[in-house]
Write a protein that binds this ligand. Structure first.
Ligand code: URA
Length: 213
């Protein structure tokens, strides 16, 4: 897709999300939060669901967790949030920031899958366990965070990089440290001398060198 085709598709998805009334959380939302960023982004960040500030503004990661994400992005990667794409598993705020229900995740998955297909990023960074579980089921985040792996998704091979959610990093100093260390690993992954990323278990055993840029 060209950049303008991607842009059109992302706008079409956003319009569908904003018009949707098929979930309680959609009807209760002040604003739906489809996602935003560079349609040609090499890195796509996927969080959990909008919180209070996101619901107020209709934009992802604009509260305290977003500030930490932006700060770490700048410090570790020297990147601005306008250079990446940011969205969530669920596009409407769950009340009291409760965990999203499986049905809410399922209903929103069609839009997220289309956003991923349109952007076609090199790296998908999952923030938190709900986002991670979409690509890497049956693991715990404490075991696999900061470890990139290839994942075949919708017929495309992406590098998926699981990270802690920045809100968890704000709650515990030890998690914040891991969050920052993982961003430095992400930086290494973007460098031409990056170490190899493990292939999916089902794929051919040869290890590919991931020079991304
Ligand atoms: N937490 C998320 O998972 N997403 C947001 O957009 C904000 C906070």
């Amino acid at each position: 897709m060209t950049t303008s085709e991607k842009q059109l598709e992302l706008e079409a998805i956003a319009s569908e999300i904003k018009a949707f009334r098929g979930l309680d959380i959609a009807r209760a939302a002040t604003h739906a939060v489809p996602g935003e960023g560079n349609p040609d982004a090499a890195i796509m960040f996927i969080g959990e669901a909008p919180g209070f500030n996101e619901d107020q503004q209709g934009r992802p990661f604009v509260g305290q967790a977003g500030k930490l994400l932006e700060k770490t992005l700048r410090e570790a990667l020297n990147m601005d949030r306008s250079e990446i794409y940011i969205t969530n598993i669920v596009k409407f705020r769950p009340p009291e920031n409760r965990d999203p229900f499986p049905q809410e995740i399922e209903v929103c998955a069609g839009w997220l899958d289309r956003q991923i297909a349109a952007i076609h990023p090199k790296i998908i960074v999952t923030l938190g366990r709900f986002s991670m579980a979409k690509f890497i089921p049956d693991v715990t985040i404490s075991r696999v965070h900061g470890q990139p792996r290839f994942v075949d998704f919708q017929g495309v091979r992406y590098i998926v990089f699981p990270m802690y959610h920045p809100a968890a990093a704000l709650r515990a100093g030890a998690v914040l440290k891991e969050f920052q260390l993982d961003f430095n690993k992400l930086k290494q992954l973007l460098s031409p001398s990056a170490p190899p990323v493990p292939e999916p278990a089902s794929a051919a055993p040869n290890i590919m060198q991931t020079s991304l840029f």
